[in-house]
Design a protein around this ligand. Structure first.
Ligand SMILES: *Cc1c(COP(=O)(O)O)cnc(C)c1O
Length: 392
């Protein structure tokens, strides 16, 4: 490696060490996850699935897979253990987006209708944004949120009855309230739609019992492994056993080639960690920290979307400050506080500007922050916003 490249990586390591990281989708993995990501497993091609798996797959397409077979099977077993489930699991998706792509492929045809949450209301790009494959390949319908930003379950039902979707999707990237999976499942059943949950953000909370579990209710569940689950970057798909074959073939050969065996092994490390008491305690603290910081912003007079949080994140609506999300994000960058601008429900600005910022507590809780640390950071952000208001 050139010293130039080494220096670039060192600079990022230092940034991660020194900055206050509030991006809700980020976290810091353990040394063991890092070590396994850098292991020799990256050298191995293993298209296909471990031979012993029961989804009717044809095994691997390459020789020499006996070691990685064992690793992938162990990884699957461990993730089922994390969520106390007998669902089928596919651990090969390279990312959350790839997991969603394969999940859609498994049960939908192009042109089918998906009922999901709009990006502006907290949904993800892969939930039907017009610039994403999901919005180009499927007919999208979106359910609304109420005036305070909470999911409008009456609207979910009305829209489902009107548009008769093949799939109803619950899950979000910027939604601070508990999702009522039972209500979604009930509506999906009543219109004969598949019910899919994308728990990318809240999966760590589900694992620790701090958010209701979608297992037993959803037909398909996707997640990332790198957000609150604190594992390597990647995706997972869980499904009811009867969809196992469809899901597996939608991942490979449907949408991916060779699996990333080093990442799959690192996912197994993350699953082992997620089964521990220490992880549950960590997630409880993440939620307590989020609540404490959110309360402090409310006390300081800020508008929090939905008026609070039940999970690891919340959104501040900056409209009444006269500032954009972009301005606040950039000003905080100067003070070594990292967060991201975010659309708010009823957004009037472009996604490049936005009227809000999203704040999450998963990463800094990993670094040992407790409630009083987050309250201190909230006050620092408040000072920054006030300085910015005085300057413009
Ligand atoms: C982060 C996220 C994804 C996508 O994950 P990538 O690994 O970035 O592709 C999908 N769905 C939701 C709800 C997310 O928050």
């Amino acid at each position: 490696m050139s010293s130039r490249l080494f220096a670039m990586i060192e600079k990022e390591a230092q940034r991660q060490q020194e900055n206050i990281e509030l991006i809700a989708s980020e976290n810091f993995v353990s040394e063991e996850v890092l070590r396994v990501l850098g292991s020799c497993l990256t050298n191995k091609y293993a298209e296909g699935y471990p031979t012993r798996r029961t989804s009717g797959n044809k095994g691997r397409y390459y020789g020499g897979c006996e070691c990685v077979d064992e690793i992938e099977e162990y990884c699957c077993d461990m993730w089922r253990k994390v969520f106390h489930t007998d669902y089928h699991v596919n651990v090969q998706p390279h990312s959350g987006s790839n997991a969603n792509l394969a999940a859609y492929f498994s049960v939908l045809k192009p042109g089918d209708t998906i009922l999901a949450m709009d990006l502006n209301n907290g949904g993800h790009l892969t939930h039907g944004s017009s610039v994403n494959f999901s919005g180009k390949l499927y007919h999208m319908e979106f359910y609304n949120v109420t005036a305070d930003g909470c999911i409008d379950y009456d609207d979910v039902r009305r829209k489902a009855e009107r548009c008769r979707p093949q799939l109803i999707l619950a899950g979000a990237s910027a939604y601070s309230r508990r999702l009522d999976f039972a209500a979604f499942a009930h509506i999906a059943k009543s219109v004969g739609a598949y019910f899919m949950v994308d728990m990318a953000h809240i999966a760590g909370l589900v694992a620790a019992g701090d958010h209701p579990s979608p297992f037993g209710l959803a037909d398909i569940i996707t997640t990332t492994t790198h957000k609150t689950l604190r594992g390597p970057r990647g995706g997972l798909i869980f499904c009811k056993q009867e969809l196992a074959k469809k899901v597996d073939s939608a991942v490979f050969p449907g949408s991916q080639g060779g699996p990333l065996m080093h990442v799959i092994a690192a996912k197994a490390v993350a699953a082992e960690e997620a089964c521990s008491e220490a992880f549950a305690a960590y997630i409880h603290q993440v939620v307590k920290n989020s609540s404490a910081m959110c309360q402090e912003f409310i006390r300081l007079g800020y508008d929090v979307v939905t008026g609070g949080t039940d999970n690891h994140l919340f959104l501040i609506d900056l409209t009444k400050t006269g500032l954009t999300g972009k301005q606040v994000q950039e000003a905080l960058d100067q003070r070594h506080i990292t967060l991201n601008k975010n659309c708010v429900p009823g957004e009037t600005r472009s996604p490049q500007q936005t009227s809000g910022v999203r704040i999450g507590t998963a990463a800094m809780t990993t670094k040992g922050y407790v409630e009083e640390d987050f309250i201190r950071v909230a006050r620092e952000i408040d000072r920054c916003i006030k300085d910015l208001q005085a300057a413009v």
